[in-house]
Design a protein around this ligand. Structure first.
Ligand code: SAM
Length: 239
């Protein structure tokens, strides 16, 4: 999988060199390329923004540098196998199933907005050429798309076959099919007693059936309490 990041702050992506994503890059599972959008400007100030048409506060990212960057990084041919992601608060909420779908992509290009956002023609142009996803990380506003691109990268790359040493750990995570789309149950490890707090007895019983049933009950309880929206879906397993 090749990952490209277009940003006016490409140093944000230096963190991808550390931890498991960095290891995946060393092992050749992913290829990471961070680009400075200002490399496709032609004025002395390397300008990437301009005032909004129609007036209003803030600045909007100009289309020209984006177009030239696309031509050089992706090319000028239409190719639906290329996934282009525009992080945006107005995008579709990012989910584990979206991460799973993207984990089989060969090529993902992240376009990180700043200021008030990117001239909409850039998104329309990309949509006419490649597979575009406008994705929101949540109902809040960040300063730029870089942190969102990093979060999406981590959620996607850990699902790429070969990334996880033990793929079974993916099957039982929150939102996964193995969890019926529910939130994960609370976790404990040793010592059994810590600061007056004990690990639930059932988890130390060695009784697999009782443990599975306790975990299931806790998942259902937590999901009902914190994310009732997840229990509404047909795949949730709670009706
Ligand atoms: N004017 C925009 C609005 O009201 O929706 C907010 C722009 S925000 C200050 C600048 C950039 O941060 C956006 O273009 C987007 O790339 C990124 N961003 C901010 N919040 C985000 C979120 N919740 N999810 C994904 N990207 C976000």
């Amino acid at each position: 999988m090749r990952l490209d990041y277009l940003s006016i702050f490409p140093a944000y992506f230096d963190v991808l060199d550390i931890s498991l994503v960095g290891k995946a890059a060393i092992n050749g599972l992913v290829e990471i390329h961070a680009h400075d959008l200002r490399d496709w400007t032609h004025d002395r100030h390397r300008t990437v923004d301009d005032t909004p048409c129609g007036g209003g506060a803030g600045m909007v990212m100009k289309p020209d540098p984006w177009g030239e960057a696309f031509d050089e990084i992706i090319g000028t041919e239409s190719d639906p196998s290329v996934h282009v992601i525009f992080p945006a608060p107005s995008g579709t909420p990012f989910t584990q199933s979206a991460a799973a779908e993207l984990s089989s992509a060969q090529r993902i290009v992240f376009c990180c907005g700043r200021y008030e956002g990117i001239d909409h023609r850039v998104i329309d142009y990309a949509r006419s050429m490649w597979t575009v996803h406008e994705v929101s990380l949540g109902d809040y506003v960040l300063n730029g798309g870089e942190v969102a691109a990093l979060a999406i990268t981590e959620a996607v790359v850990r699902l790429v076959p070969g990334f996880m040493g033990n793929p079974e750990s993916l099957a039982e995570e929150s939102f996964s099919a193995g969890q019926d789309g529910l939130l994960e149950y609370p976790l404990f490890t040793r010592p059994v007693s810590w600061r007056g707090l004990d690990v639930p007895e059932v988890l130390m019983s060695g009784h697999h059936g009782r443990i599975a049933s306790w975990r299931r009950d806790e998942s259902v309880r937590l999901t009902r309490e914190r994310r009732p929206d997840l229990t509404d879906s047909d795949s949730s397993g709670i009706h």
